[in-house]
Design a protein around this ligand. Structure first.
Ligand code: NAP
Length: 288
C-alpha cells in the first residue's frame, strides 16, 4: 500500500531568521562605520488592537536586528492632512531611514494620500506609487514586503517560475497585484483572480504556482490544487487559518507554506532588510 503523498513545508520562519541574522550583521557594520544606526519610523493611527500588535511585533524584530525604531502613535481622530504632515516630517528627518505606516488607518483617512507622503527612498514597506512602478518596470526600488517575502521563499526552494502558470487569488495594491508583477518578472504566466472571477476552482486547478491572498478562511480546497503544485498561502484569518484548506492541500501540493510560519515572518524579514538597505543608501556606506 503506498502512503499518501505529503507536501514539503516551506519554512518561512527559518528563512526569515537567516535574513534577519544577515540584516543584523549589516546593521552592526553600518553603525560601526558611519556612527549612525539604521532607524525605522512606525506610524500607527488609532488603537486597533491587531494593528498595535503588528507594530509591536515589527519593532521587536527591529530591536533583535539592532535596528532602531521610532514609534509615532496618533489618535484615531487624526485627519489625513495631519497624517500627511507627520509622514512628510519623517521623510525629511535625516535620522529616519525607513517609514512604515501601519494600515488600515481608518475609513476617514485617504490612505493613498498618506502613503504618497512617504519619500520613495524611505518607502521600505513598498507602498507608494513610485515603488510599485519601479517594481513593475524592473527598476531599483523597494518592493511591497509580503510579495517580496513570497518571491524570496520561492527562490530559496529553487522554484523555477519560467513558463509556469502562476495564479494569484487577490488583487490588493499591497499584496496580490505586486505579487503578480514580481512573478511576471520571473517569466511566469500570471492569472489574477478576484471577487468577480467566475469559476475560481477551474482556474486554480491550472496553477503550477498558487498564491492565495484573499482573507477568506480555507477558500481554496485541496481537491482543486493541481498535483505537484507550489502553494503559497498569504492569507491570515482569525484562529491562525489561511486561505487554503491546509490539510487537504497537503496531499496534492509539492511545496506549501504553513499558516502561521510561512509568509508572515518573511514579510517582516523583508521590511527589516529593506530598512537597512535604505539606511545604507542614505548614509552612503554599503556593508558587505
Ligand atoms: P484585501 O485588500 O481585502 O484584498 C482581498 C482580495 O481578495 C481582493 O482583491 C478581493 O477581490 C479578493 N477576494 C475577496 N473575496 C474573494 C473570493 N471569494 N474569491 C476570489 N477573490 C476574492 O486583503 P489583503 O490586504 O490583500 O490581504 C489578503 C490576506 O492576506 C488577508 O488574510 C491578510 O490578513 C493577509 N495578509 C498577510 C500579510 C502577511 O504579511 N502575512 C500581509 C498582508 C495581508 P476584489 O478586489 O474584487 O475585492
Amino acid at each position: 500500500m503506498s502512503a499518501t503523498p505529503t507536501a514539503q513545508l516551506m519554512d518561512g520562519t527559518g528563512l526569515a531568521q537567516r535574513i534577519v541574522d544577515e540584516t543584523a550583521a549589516k546593521t552592526t557594520e553600518i553603525t560601526r562605520r558611519t556612527g549612525s544606526s539604521p532607524c525605522l519610523a512606525t506610524v500607527l493611527v488609532g488603537e486597533d488592537p491587531a494593528s498595535a500588535t503588528y507594530v509591536r511585533m515589527k519593532r521587536a524584530r527591529c530591536a533583535r536586528a539592532g535596528i532602531q525604531s521610532r514609534h509615532v502613535a496618533l489618535p484615531a481622530t487624526t485627519t489625513t492632512t495631519e497624517l500627511v504632515d507627520t509622514l512628510t516630517g519623517l521623510s525629511d528627518d535625516p535620522d529616519v531611514h525607513g517609514i512604515l505606516l501601519q494600515h488600515p488607518c481608518g475609513p476617514h483617512i485617504d490612505e493613498r494620500a498618506a502613503f504618497e507622503a512617504i519619500a520613495p527612498q524611505k518607502d521600505v514597506d513598498g507602498v507608494t506609487m513610485h515603488s510599485f512602478a519601479a517594481m513593475s518596470f524592473g527598476l531599483p526600488g523597494f518592493v511591497s514586503c509580503t510579495p517580496g517575502g513570497i518571491l524570496r521563499l520561492l527562490d530559496a526552494y529553487d522554484v523555477d517560475l519560467t513558463g509556469k502558470h502562476a495564479v494569484v487569488v487577490g488583487r490588493s495594491a499591497i499584496l496580490g497585484k505586486p505579487a503578480g508583477m514580481l512573478l511576471l518578472a520571473k517569466d511566469a504566466t500570471v492569472t489574477y483572480c478576484h471577487s468577480r472571477t467566475r469559476d475560481l476552482p477551474t482556474i486554480v486547478q491550472e496553477a503550477d504556482v498558487l498564491i492565495a491572498a484573499v482573507g477568506r478562511p480555507r477558500l481554496i480546497r485541496g481537491e482543486d490544487i493541481k498535483p505537484g503544485a507550489v502553494v503559497i498561502d498569504a492569507g491570515y484569518n482569525p484562529g491562525n487559518v489561511g486561505d487554503v484548506d491546509f490539510d487537504s492541500a497537503l496531499a496534492r501540493a509539492r511545496l506549501i507554506t504553513p499558516v502561521p510560519g510561512g509568509v508572515g515572518p518573511m514579510a517582516i524579514a523583508v521590511l527589516l532588510a529593506q530598512t537597512v538597505e535604505a539606511a545604507a543608501n542614505q548614509l552612503g556606506f554599503q556593508p558587505q
